[in-house]
Write a protein that binds this ligand. Structure first.
Ligand SMILES: NC(=O)c1ccc[n+]([C@@H]2O[C@H](COP(=O)([O-])OP(=O)(O)OC[C@H]3O[C@@H](n4cnc5c(N)ncnc54)[C@H](OP(=O)(O)O)[C@@H]3O)[C@@H](O)[C@H]2O)c1
Length: 207
């Protein structure tokens, strides 16, 4: 699969590392070409570098940016996102205090769906920390990736991407459940001080 990742930060690194490990093609779009080139140089596999503003390509577009940057990204790309699988990984928090934000649409993912009509929005990866994505596991166990969305084909694409990368996918239901996933992502952040603050844990369902 062709995956385009907007952003070159921690989560871009983690998701790109897994996607490449799964044999996918990854295009990284950075706010500056050098940022995408630098991250691409760290990774191995079929990885390309570009700049935010380049035309989108590929089956799946991952928005690996903070909630606060979404308006800018959507302003630039809403038209091109129509018809594509768009993965929202954000946990909306205040960037200064890390307090959770209330999103009028219900969740960041639903807000994206409103602002980018036609985009097949899937909430995923917001409960997995960047470092654990690079490693692909925590304590020898594969990561669980919770996926919510209204388009079954788009969810299936994200499932194929995650499973190709050795991750386990749990279907969390419709996009309306992104709100609960964002709550779970926040909860996972909130318990970090009690775990040593290393952000090295994983949320996993045991059955
Ligand atoms: N880190 C985690 O473990 C984790 C886990 C789950 C979910 N998340 C979520 O994942 C998202 C990304 O987190 P992160 O840790 O990867 O953040 P990060 O390391 O700060 O990376 C953010 C990226 O977004 C880029 N960016 C900023 N404004 C942009 C814009 N207007 N257009 C395009 N790109 C823009 C940044 O580019 P510049 O560097 O040039 O500013 C940077 O490459 C957040 O929403 C967060 O809530 C993070």
């Amino acid at each position: 699969m062709d995956i385009t990742i907007i952003g070159t930060g921690n989560m871009a690194r983690g998701i790109a590392a897994r996607a490449l490990a799964g044999g996918n093609t990854v295009t990284l779009l950075g706010t500056a070409a050098e940022k995408a080139e630098a991250l691409a140089a760290e990774l191995s596999g079929d990885v390309r570098a570009g700049t935010v503003g380049d035309p989108l390509q590929g089956d799946v577009v991952v928005l690996a940016v903070w909630y606060q940057a979404l308006d800018d990204v959507l302003g630039r790309y809403a038209d091109q996102l129509a018809g594509r699988t768009v993965v929202d990984i954000t946990n909306p928090v205040d960037p200064q205090t890390y307090a959770p934000l209330t999103v009028e649409a219900g969740s960041a993912a639903q807000e994206i769906a409103q602002k980018a009509p036609g985009a097949k929005v899937v909430k995923a990866f917001n409960t997995t920390f960047a470092g654990s994505l690079v490693a692909g596991e925590v304590a020898g166990q594969p990561l669980d990736v919770f996926v919510a969305g209204d388009d079954e084909d788009a969810k299936a694409q994200v499932r194929r991407l995650a499973e190709s990368a050795g991750l386990r996918v749990l279907d969390a239901g419709p996009l309306a459940h992104a709100r609960q996933l964002e709550g779970a992502g926040y909860l996972h952040m909130a318990v970090q001080p009690g775990l040593g603050g290393t952000y090295a844990s994983a949320l996993r369902v045991v059955s």
